[in-house]
Design a protein. Sequence first.
Length: 312
Amino acid sequence: MTEPESTVINTDVKQKDPNKALVIAVTTRAIFNLEEEHKLYLEKGKEEYTRHQQANQDTPLPPGTAFAFIQAVQYVNGKILENNPAEKDLFDILVLSNNSPESGVRIINSAKHYGLEISKFCFVSDEDSTQYLKSHGVKLFLSADRTDVCNALRRGVSAALVFQQEVQAPSTLLRVVFDGDAVLFSDETDQVFREQGLEGALQYERAMEAVPMGEGPLKDFAMHLGKMRKKFSQEKSPIRTYLVTARSGRDMGIRAIKTLREWGLAIDEAFFMDRAPKGPILAQIQPHIFFDDGLHNIQGAQNMGVPSAWVP
């Protein structure tokens, strides 16, 4: 496998051990608002886009959807190192970009302007940049490009599609919300629901109550997050995790709780919505990121100003 065309090490940041760290890769359009620039690229081509980026290399890009999430992750690193300065089990952020290194100077300058602790900037000219995720040990990939996300999921990397939106930066405490089926858990019950309706899904769940559900695409990331959360007491943890699922608590919640227990994954709060809209509860939680496989739930979250990422 070839290495990315150009990897820029951020010498302002202490480099993490990728074998120990929870590596998160974000694309430039996930972390910064590049919608105007992306439009220019689509309409006028790569050369005009590159000229624009070079001419504006000292003008910081506005924050994008994943920006507050990355800031909160940085805050958690600070708290972990306060407890143990030798700790290696940290978040490690790298930016994966289809920019050339010339047009990527603005990306680097923007990250430095905001004080983002990004370890590496990988400028990849290949059409499918996701082929480099595994070699960097990436545990979560956030992109504004659906093809990228589908390719990453096919490669076995937890990934989600970020939609550009105005985000109110919540508190520094890292808050992550997961949907259940087809996100944390496999989509086995969803499949039964599609084929046999609600009654069929309820019967299936009752019959399978003692059997843990299969793993969903974001299970690995959630487990790593859970491991970091265990470094702190519940009162002092800078990480809070939530399950917000369309399942009903009475009929379908028991298996979900038993599965989490079987995995050893502690969740701070679980909400069984019984197919009610998730937006209002998300507005109360104010997460840095909400992962769901339902576009209607993503839309509802966005309407509440909640940073959302779709798991296709």
